[in-house]
Write a protein that binds this ligand. Sequence first.
Ligand code: SF4
Length: 410
Amino acid sequence: MTTEPAAPVTDAPSEAKPPLALYLHTPFCTSKCGYCDFNSYEGLEHLVPDYTPALVHEMELWAPAARRFRVETIFFGGGTPSLTSLDDLAAIFDGLKANFDISPTVEWSLEANPTELTLEHLQGLRALGVNRLSMGVQSMHEDELKLLERQHSPERVAQAVADARAAGFENLNLDLIFGLIDQPLERWQQTLEHILEFEPEHLSCYALTVEPGTALFYQVSKGLLPAPDPDVAADQYEWTRERLAAAGYEQYEISNWAKPGRQCRHNLVYWRAEPYLGMGAGAHSFFAGRRFANVDAPNRYEELVNASYEERTATGRTELRQIAGGETPDEATLRADAMILGLRLMEGVSLPEFAERFGVTVQDAFGPAIDRHTRLGLIEVAGDRLRLTDRGLLLSNEVFTDLLPDPDEG
Ligand code: SF4
């Protein structure tokens, strides 16, 4: 992929610019959790020193194409971004400011692992401008954390949350996993009740999925561990919805709850199928009408970005070699994406906005599937929006599968 030559990033009034979300990926972890299928690696510490310069080089390569946007959200995910030193984070933040037009009200989220977090590091993050912390907690039971091969303890979580508050974080997300192997409803209830004592502004609660290629997948497929029970997970999910509503959280997505006004603005960009630019090893993008992803392997990523950067320095020509592959989605795919992602949100899909965006009504585009799932009680029209019903939230994959474009068409 080639971009136009470099130009100043402030050549249009900021308020006239369309919004853009930036995702930065760090692929390093101190150990690989058994259930994890993210692009993350243990034992690659030797690549860490060159990773930040490569990331900043990639920002410089993208700056010309991104200059007509204003960055409203930045999400630093992983991997374990909290392993990145404050000096490296300062360099990354300088790179962002130098190459992108960043809104003064930017939401800057950083994923953190409770294991390594210290008060000093958290204070440093706040001083750099990180204003939303997303902590991978998963469970408040020691044995469940061991099963997931997480390195932290419930006590460490409590300390990390206290330190985050002391450092001034007022926007805190905690990630949790329910539907664990042999996890009775009461055990999940204990975890969530404990978590509510921390009064986080945001909660992400995902059912455990056994992803191919993970250590957990191997153990389950070999019969060394039983598979998670979907009926227990469904009961836990329904209880979670009731409990969090009673605690003042608004469910705004299938797996996400927030106190009023604390929805994750960055993730809303994904679910609303709006543009985002990903940088770092394996980062995905939806930008300029194309979907694409960088190479996964961190060493290859560093090599390719640096080669592109050196070529641009020498010739002025920008070739984005780090991009491993991509596609320009056709209209049917874009419509299906807008429906599947939009239905994940409790607000659902706006029927007039869909018609305006695609020049066709939802009914004309998806009539048979809509009729079938309406009859089954999985989706409903509320005002001028189409959304999942309570029952549909539990069976959303059945609805989504039916909305995918027919591979034999087009
Ligand atoms: S800490 Fe997170 S990204 Fe790293 S291996 Fe565990 S689940 Fe995956």
